[in-house]
Write a protein that binds this ligand. Structure first.
Ligand code: MN
Length: 241
């Protein structure tokens, strides 16, 4: 039995093959899954739990089927689906976690998060994040009619794509000092996150002791899963068939 971690699926009606890959994976691999953690950006965009789109319903049904087998499914918000709320959590049987959480991974305490807060070199993004994560902004957004929210979401996505294209790649990665600060703040030596789409296992030293940062991969050209069991941790790629 294994604990599975995924993030950055960016599920989107426009990429149905990735949704199929995810649904197949849930169905075929749940028998060996002890717990599933989704570390954000499950959806390319989330405009509110009252959105009645097919994709959200299909994914809720598939996640619920996993949860109903007694496999806990945990979710942390990403920068795309931070508006996902309690209603959708209830409908899909997932458990919402705070943005930073230390969990026990077979005896090793590990800090899990989406990872966007670690990209402190991207000052513009951090300012945007502070704005859209405020309760006032979110209440105001969720009060708008669905059609308007769809429009605004498309506009935000286009702006963000343009902003990403204009930024040098190094500022889109994590800042190592932010990584060390997060580890120290939580008193742990292991960190797991997604967001940067740079899957890797980084070993380094922290105060003279070995430390590790694991980065989950995105689901654009393939699926990507971190599989943890009593033997260790490995990043697995799932081919698109
Ligand atoms: Mn992200």
């Amino acid at each position: 039995m294994a604990i599975m971690f995924i993030s950055d699926l960016h599920l989107d009606e426009r990429r149905p093959a990735i949704t199929r890959l995810f649904l197949d994976w849930l169905k075929t691999r749940s028998s060996e899954t002890q717990a599933l953690y989704i570390l954000g950006d499950l959806f390319e965009v989330w405009i509110g739990d009252d959105d009645d789109g097919e994709l959200g319903k299909t994914v809720a049904g598939a996640l619920r089927a996993v949860a109903e087998q007694g496999i806990p499914v945990y979710f942390q918000h990403g920068n795309r689906d931070f508006l996902l709320g309690r209603d959708y959590a209830a409908a899909s049987g997932i458990q919402l976690l705070p943005e930073s959480q230390v969990i026990d991974l077979y005896g090793t305490p590990i800090l899990i998060m989406h990872g966007d807060t670690l990209c402190t070199d991207d000052v513009k993004y951090q300012a945007f994040r502070a704005k859209v994560r405020s309760p006032e902004w979110q209440e105001n957004m969720l009060d708008k009619p669905l059609t308007l929210r769809r429009l605004l979401a498309r506009q935000l996505r286009d702006e963000s794509q343009q902003a990403v294209a204009d930024k040098p790649p190094e500022i889109m990665d994590v800042n190592q000092q932010a990584v060390l600060d997060a580890l120290n703040q939580h008193g742990v030596r292991h960190l797991l996150h997604g967001h940067t789409h740079r899957p890797a296992i980084h070993d380094f030293m922290l105060d003279g002791e070995p430390a590790q940062r694991i980065v989950l991969g995105d689901w654009y050209e393939q699926g990507s899963v971190l599989i943890c069991d009593s033997d260790g941790r490995r990043l697995e790629r799932l081919p698109l068939t």
